[in-house]
Design a protein around this ligand. Structure first.
Ligand SMILES: [Zn+2]
Length: 289
């Protein structure tokens, strides 16, 4: 059900407005805008990156691999998913894929950037809301809630996980991807406004502390970890001038080669292998019934 972000009272009617405390979100460009302060204060994200990423998300090996793994985990752990919310949906490339895989599901995308949401609305029929991941306007509303490379942007990631727990239905679940290994920290993490890269135990510990029971965890971008570590080392010795990873500016041939390596990694993961090292970490967890 919908819930007031100020007083948590249920909102039963179609219009977003709280009968209990009078809270009402503003509307901008036809979007419900629940976190107007975040439009001016970009502490957690670097808006120009959305534009850069949008050109890459459909075809770049890293985005394609992450999306396939997310769909695999949804399919195997939440095959009857009827509702899904993507926290920090960006320009909705993942949301679009989830919508296509689960065509009967009710899909919702939340995102702080209006610029990203403007693109997102062109791609998907999901419900979109401009909002703060630390104040979700839902209680027990979705079968599964996802956040793909989002919580590392937030100082208080525990609060985001607590909000995801509240917005998730009992028996439903959570799916997360995050950057892994603090030792891989580079200026790119600074540029992307990351607050941290996670260790396995830190992320699993926080997921459990929020009340979820982890059911699945694997690193990914594991086979390409040596290439990634090398690239980070190079960048440390000779820092690039802008915020975009060299790995995002590769040609089509290299993209195809790396895509092939990622496809092999996916087959190993599908066969049951779990990686403990890798540029990223994927976790699925359940909210107890
Ligand atoms: Zn209220």
């Amino acid at each position: 059900m919908r819930a007031c972000i100020q007083c948590r009272a249920p909102i039963k009617h179609e219009i977003w407005s709280c009968a209990a405390c009078g809270w009402q979100p503003m509307s901008q460009d036809g979007l419900v805008c629940m976190a107007p302060a975040m439009l001016a204060d970009h502490d957690g994200y670097h808006e120009p990156l959305f534009e850069e990423y949008e050109k890459l998300e459909a075809t770049h090996f890293w985005f394609v691999h992450r999306r396939r793994l997310i769909l695999d985990v949804l399919q195997s752990h939440f095959p009857t998913l009827r509702s899904f919310m993507d926290i920090g949906c960006g320009t909705a490339e993942n949301l679009k894929a989830i919508e296509q895989r689960f065509p009967h599901a009710r899909i919702c995308g939340g995102e702080a950037s209006l610029q990203a949401l403007a693109s997102a609305r062109n791609k998907s029929n999901a419900q979109f809301i401009q909002m703060d991941a630390r104040a979700l306007p839902f209680t027990a509303a979705f079968d599964v809630i996802g956040a793909f490379d989002v919580i590392e942007h937030v100082d208080d990631d525990k609060r985001v996980l607590a909000e995801m727990y509240r917005a998730c239905r009992a028996g439903g679940g959570l799916i997360l991807t995050v950057p892994q290994h603090p030792s891989l920290w580079s200026h790119l993490d600074d540029a992307a406004k990351h607050k941290r890269r996670y260790t396995y135990s830190e992320l699993l510990g926080k997921v459990r502390a929020a009340g979820f029971q982890p059911v699945y965890a694997t690193s990914f971008m594991s086979l390409l970890l040596p290439a990634m570590a090398l690239s980070r080392l190079q960048q440390r010795l000779k820092p690039p001038k802008d915020a975009v990873d060299d790995g995002f500016r590769i040609g089509t041939t290299l993209n195809r080669i790396f895509g092939g390596i990622c496809a092999a990694e996916r087959q190993l993961i599908l066969a049951g292998l779990r990686f403990s090292l890798g540029g990223s970490l994927l976790v699925a967890a359940r909210k107890p019934s």
